[in-house]
Design a protein around this ligand. Sequence first.
Ligand code: HT7
Ligand code: ZN
Length: 869
Amino acid sequence: GQIVRLEDYAPSDYLIPRTGLTFRLGNERTIVVAELTIERRDGVDASVPLVLDGDGLELISLQIDGEELARSAYEASSQRLVIHEPPTRFTLTIETAIAPATNETLMGLYRSSGVYCTQCEAEGFRRITYFLDRPDILSVYTVRIEALKAQAPVLLSNGDPVERGDLDGARHFAVWHDPFPKPSYLFALVAGDLARVSDSFVTMSGRTIDLGIYVEHGKEKRAAYAMDALKRSMRWDEEVFGREYDLGIFNIVAVSDFNFGAMENKGLNIFNDKYILADRETATDFDFANIEAIVAHEYFHNWTGNRITCRDWFQLCLKEGLTVFRDHEFSADERERTVRRIADVKGLKAQQFPEDQGPLAHPVRPRRYREINNFYTATVYQKGGEIVRMLRTLIGPVQFRAAMDLYFERHDGQAVTIEDFLRVFEDAAQIDLSQFSLWYHQAGTPHVAVKTSYDARRRSFSVELEQSMPPTPSEQRKRLLHIPLAFGLVGADGKDANFTSVDGGTVSDGVIHLKRRRQVFRFNGVNQKPVLSINRGFSAPITITSNANAEDRQFLAQHDSDGFGRWQALNDSLLSGLIAAARGKKAPVTAVTTLLGNIAADESLQPAYRALMLSLPTDADIARELGDKVNPDAVFAAREDLLAAIANENAATFATLYQAVEGGTRFRPDAASAGKRALRNVLLDYLSKHENSPQRAATHLSAATNLTDRFAALSVLVHRFGDTDEARDALANYERQFGNDPLAMDKWFQVQATAPGFATIETVRTLMRHPHFAITNPNRVRALVFTFASANQTAFHAASGDGYRLLAETVLEVDPRNPQLAAKLATNFRSWRSVDAKRQALARKALMDIASRNGLSPDLRDIVERTLT
Ligand code: HT7
Ligand code: ZN
């Protein structure tokens, strides 16, 4: 693929104010007739041709204002349609043919379990018809769909329904009209035999919206939670951002073959069924939380993404970062704020940090790309969300809301840039964001080194901060960032100590503003030596090292008034012990093991919070902290030793607690009930380790009334006692019970893919031949192979190199069918330089095997080449 550069952006010479589409649906051959109203932009020379994008299209006919076009007036290929010297304003009618049944890429129009559906973001619309397929071309769409009535009784598109009726030959049609001008990536069509779950919502101005969720027949009950999440999202956006829904109808469709979580098409969201369908037998608490967050995310896009969209794909974070921030805030309000924040930060560190610290690092607002599909990354989404959070920290919640109001007022109906977005904040809050804006433009995770000292005689506490940023691919020199650090000076009583004044820089509303390379903030009037709690709530997405000692960290883990700060301090303590152990230095663990026992039993803390505190850093967390020459077997052993030490010291407390925490006979998916299950399930793992017996997990499994508990028990059995009858029986029973449910079976694949040890490589190979496995279904491939490569350090990084080979072979098998999925799978090689030399050589060999293959998709080639450089 060609490199696309931000600096080459130029507005289009032609506009398409109106788009009419007629679909004559057929599996082998679907006919699309596009009637486009096209205008040359003012000031553009009449000799400039109209160049439309296409991808794999077969052109049938072409007319301008109803007249067949002469062969000499245009050039058509499957990739482009060029029209020479078109009129200033005209109607272009294009008839093309496409083949949905053989479209395995899941982009454009395809079939998923007998349902026609579309995916157009980022550049899939050009697989449907020739168009100016770029987000700054906003058009009003009218869509007519014709299909066999029996095959597709349901015919959906964006906007409001205007007409429907019967046709000859057992066919029927429906017409939809969307009055809001939109970019082509938000176009959607769905046709098939689906059940509708209906509800309604009354907006803040009193309009009644018709809500529908379309699912496979028989799965209606499983859409109830998503529907509830949708209504709560609609209310929340009104209350928190003053945003009301704008059409008369809002539909969601769940499909089983999808390359992503979901898609925010105007008035017709399309979802991976994994993020709609849920009941206690087939979804874990984690899935319920994800459904709530993703339903909200797609709904929130209606204002942040659809009403105000991106000028070009470099601006992807404009809609994604902002919408992630909004969905995080929604979940924090709906659930438990601190618990949500810890979960989101764990996600950021697990997914975005390794990206930012490896060969695929890129700025939140990149300047160039080869394949835009490869930029739907944790950096654009999660770090993009963190930048919006920092903006709110900088100006405070009241001014933040005022700025967002101004954003909606100023830019509604436009396709804009990050510069436009930042200008709104500068204007609303009267601040200069020129230094802050570097967060969008520089790749890499900033590091802050902290040194504190207390001068008892002068009653002053000094905090010395020094920022640095390691070079990243294509950016050697980094400029200094404005880093907002929420903090507290924690006194002996756990309360934040007062200070009378600060020298050395700006400190306001509990936030230190670090702007220079090195700054010493001196807090005056501090009566007793405090302990610094810094980067509270993860106010900045950075790494920190400090001169705090083990006692300081443990003090904060017990006494910081900020719940996030307590978790962070505990996590740092655990990690430092684990790192020492993984490097072969035996670390003293007693203090922290005792502390964990106290936290577990502390009834003043919510169960969900206690569960998070008790969850040890993962192997991948430890590996990331080690940085280089990682030996995954040593990491695994260090973690298991610490787990055993904690379990052995606290066995009695844990056993009592395990009995006491309500098992949850009556299942409810709310946060408080989920918290209790989480606590009980983390205790199950500790106790099983201590007891060295599968018995407790087997009992837990047979008593389970929901998938959360069942999955927790199954994990203990398969991961800790894999070669016992209990584990084998549990897997066989599960398969018998849930064999017909694809989403529940994904969990069955997942639990086996994460069993530690190299033997799992063979297990995965065997499971890839299982009748329930399908290489064409992204959910199944992700459950088995992506999980194996991303969440099983000891197997994926097996010293033999077989784990790398398995991933490389799978990537090559998937690529010809679904390049996006293949590229995503291949990103699991991104940390290959951090393992020891022997493993590095094997990983490199696997990557080279992929790279040397002819005919790779541009998506996969882009990832592999960047990973190797
Ligand atoms: N905006 C959506 C992105 C998306 C996507 C991107 C590439 C290929 C397939 C895709 N499906 C959905 C999802 C979102 O961020 O809400
Ligand atoms: Zn999104």
